[in-house]
Design a protein around this ligand. Structure first.
Ligand code: DAH
Length: 339
């Protein structure tokens, strides 16, 4: 078959040319001439059209195989040229040198806790959501039932921008964003960074991380909140951790509770870390205040729910027995490598 002969001679010629190619440019020229868009293979097109149908499969296969062979040869030649260039530049590999250790990075402990929390809550049906760190005063305070003269606002007074927006002081504004964007039911967790005007010490920083939870439906109670937190604590810290609720106050929940987990250091017997109480305060929570529901256009007669917020650094410190919050932001690999 004339076509097969032609294919073969293109390949043979190209192979000879490649064998004596000295530069990448030489290779590129050969490539363009053969398998390039205006190359010899493309030129065979009309011949291909003329061959009888029964010979088409054979011709087609030969055509493709020849192309593959050439592609491989071209790669090979490129590598040969690159190697010899490196060699003549004196870049030989000294195989007697000791190997260099490869330091793989890892996730920051705070991110690991985020991942773990989101994973646990995801298995309970909570969808992980996020919101911006620069927030409106409405989302951060007003819609959460904390008007301008509310004392809780000065407690967390935060960083203001000239246009009146702020660095969010908690992840609770994600509740507002989510509820404004969708109808009930809602079941989300929102991990993220928050900012407060604090003087850094072992337990305070100007920023920290929280995970917020929100569950709104037609029939949600404080008992659901407790069982959710119990399930979380058992997964995160291990079986045997108990959850205790104490009355508290947040403008966005009514009733509000503070939740403690059994101290993981002493198992509840009392130690320095839990100040001999056997409990460690970990969660702010409560039933979403009807005013908050009204602020986002929900009907408190139709739905209700719980919300909670937990400090990620705190959870991480308890779990790994870390004593100083500042370690999280110092980026000392000797610390980070342990997790
Ligand atoms: N936003 C609160 C804080 O930063 C934590 C919190 C308390 C979140 C109660 C909630 C909640 O969703 O219901 O201290």
């Amino acid at each position: 078959m004339e076509l097969l002969d032609q294919i073969q001679s293109i390949v043979r010629e190209a192979e000879t040319a490649l064998a004596s190619a000295k530069t990448e440019n030489d290779v590129e020229t050969i490539r363009a001439k053969t398998i390039g868009r205006n190359g010899a293979f493309t030129a065979l097109g009309p011949l291909m059209g003329k061959i009888p149908p029964e010979e088409k499969p054979v011709a087609g296969r030969a055509f493709n195989e020849a192309k593959q062979t050439l592609l491989a040869k071209i790669e090979e030649t490129k590598n040969r040229i690159a190697d010899s260039a490196a060699e003549s530049a004196g870049e030989t590999i000294d195989v007697t040198l000791p190997g260099r250790k490869w330091h793989a990075g890892r996730k920051h402990p705070v991110c690991q806790t985020f991942d773990e929390c989101c994973d646990i809550f995801r298995r309970m049906g909570f969808i992980a959501t996020s919101g911006p760190e620069i927030e409106t005063v409405f989302n951060n305070f007003d819609a959460l039932n904390a008007p301008a003269d509310h004392p809780s606002r000065s407690m967390v007074d935060t960083f203001y921008f000239a246009d009146g927006r702020i660095m969010r002081s908690h992840t609770s504004p994600v509740q507002i964003r989510t509820m404004l964007a969708q109808k009930p039911p809602v079941r989300i967790v929102a991990p993220g960074r928050c900012y407060r005007r604090d003087t850094p010490d072992a337990t305070h920083g100007v920023y920290f991380h929280q995970i917020e939870g929100l569950y709104i439906d037609t029939d949600v109670s404080l008992a659901d909140l407790k069982s959710t937190l119990m399930a979380f604590a058992a997964e995160f810290f291990g079986e045997g951790i108990r959850v205790r609720m104490r009355p508290s106050f947040f403008p966005f929940t009514e009733p509000s509770v503070e939740c403690d987990f059994t101290c993981v250091m002493c198992g509840g017997k009392g130690c320095k870390v839990c100040k001999n109480s056997g409990w460690i305060e970990c969660v702010g929570a409560g039933m979403v205040n009807p005013n908050v529901l009204r602020n986002v256009g929900y009907d408190p007669e139709q739905c209700q729910g719980f919300a909670f917020g937990m400090g990620i650094e705190r959870l991480t410190m308890i779990k790994h027995r870390i004593e100083d919050l500042r370690l999280f932001s110092e980026n000392d690999v000797r610390f980070l490598e342990q997790f």
